[in-house]
Design a protein around this ligand. Structure first.
Ligand SMILES: Nc1ncnc2c1ncn2[C@@H]1O[C@H](COP(=O)(O)OP(=O)(O)OP(=O)(O)O)[C@@H](O)[C@H]1O
Length: 349
């Protein structure tokens, strides 16, 4: 198994296997023919078909935040829409908690979208003539829940996303950030197993955007929902993702934890992406440590290898000489002032 296909073990919330989307007339005939080997540009030139997503496979664990990142046109929206079959895949399978979505009937799909999966979009999609509380309750209404129940739940969600006092407002009376909070509350109201975010904060001002990212981090800590989050912003991906999948031209370039993507970019495309990242905020000691040496005192402090460099800096700099780095109980390396400063100084440059 290659690094780009690294898979988590244990339970699986979402499994995507060999997923393809080819747009255009005759798209169904491309797979299984030699044309399937062509590059995106060559295929377009030869057949007029466009590859949206090419042979993508990955798994998401329960409670994981899985970020899909790539430039415009890399296939992010097509991929996320195929997960609930808002776009029909050309080939491949999608399984959610063991359910085969690709084989599901229309009524199963309706059920899936009403009860099990919620989506948050860039354009909030709020109903302008409904108050905040009624927008939040909308999905519950469609599900047929009674009025008292859905109102109670909607008010809980309004409070959860920090919109207390705005339940009777209309969407156009709220700022963009607040409208997106309504979108979040609406998505959470039905207690879905999986939340899909399609560039939800791209249209927001940078400060509001940061607030909303923090809000997602907070909600995730609180609710531990499985999330698939689409973005073209690496900083957002690093902040939110337990793992990040990087797409280019519809294909997977790399899947890994933030420190893996920054510490060991799969190719020049990813290297370019991560070149401006403040590395000390992302890299862990694992990426800067050296082999343990005999000179390191057995009394030297021990830090875990998954400690972020920036957080370790104070302890390392405060100690005279190298500190030890451990994985659990096992000492796996040493780090001294110079190793830390090398990362920090490179960042300054
Ligand atoms: N309905 C369609 N018909 C033909 N080509 C399409 C269609 N939808 C998407 N594409 C093409 O598929 C490719 C992937 O598009 P997609 O919108 O998934 O990318 P994206 O990464 O989400 O981009 P963006 O960030 O701009 O939304 C692009 O080349 C796009 O032009």
């Amino acid at each position: 198994m290659t690094a780009t296909q690294a898979r988590p073990t244990g339970d699986v919330a979402l499994r995507v296997d060999g997923l393809w989307k080819i747009f255009g007339p005759g798209a169904g005939k491309v797979l299984g023919s030699p044309d399937a080997e062509l590059s995106r540009a060559e295929l377009k030139e030869r057949t007029g078909c466009v590859i949206g997503v090419r042979d993508v496979s990955f798994e998401v664990s329960p409670g994981e935040v899985f970020v899909v990142m790539g430039l415009s046109g890399s296939g992010k929206s097509t991929l996320v829409r195929m997960l609930t079959r808002l776009i029909e895949p050309t080939a491949g399978t999608v399984e959610m908690a063991g359910r085969d979505i690709t084989a599901a009937s229309e009524s199963d799909l309706r059920d899936l979208r009403r009860k099990h999966v919620s989506m948050v979009f860039q354009h909030f999609g709020l109903l302008p003539h409904r108050k905040v509380v009624d927008n939040v309750a909308y999905g519950l209404e469609i599900r047929g829940e009674n009025k008292a129940q859905r109102r109670r739940r909607a008010m809980e969600m309004v409070e959860l996303v920090g919109l207390n006092g705005y339940d009777q407002s209309y969407p156009d009376q709220l700022s963009g950030g607040m409208q997106q909070r309504v979108g979040l509350a609406r998505a959470l109201a039905g207690d879905p197993e999986l939340l899909l975010f399609d560039e939800p904060f791209s249209a927001l001002d940078p400060l509001i955007r940061r607030d909303m990212q923090n809000e997602v981090v907070r909600l995730h800590h609180e609710l531990r929902k499985t999330m698939v989050f689409i973005t073209h912003d690496l900083a957002e991906a690093l902040k939110l993702g337990d793992r990040i999948m990087i797409l280019r031209d519809g294909e997977i370039v790399q899947v890994g934890r933030p420190d893996e993507v920054v510490g060991s970019p799969a190719d020049d495309y990813v290297k370019e992406f991560v070149s401006d990242v403040p590395k000390s905020h992302v890299l862990t000691l694992k990426w800067v440590m050296r082999e343990p040496t005999a000179e390191v005192s057995p009394d030297a402090p021990v830090l875990q290898s998954d400690t972020v460099v920036r957080e370790a800096a104070r302890a390392v700099l405060a100690h005279k000489g190298a500190v030890r780095v451990a994985e659990g109980d096992r000492i796996v390396g040493v780090v001294d002032d110079e190793d830390i400063l090398r990362v920090v100084v490179a960042e300054e440059r």
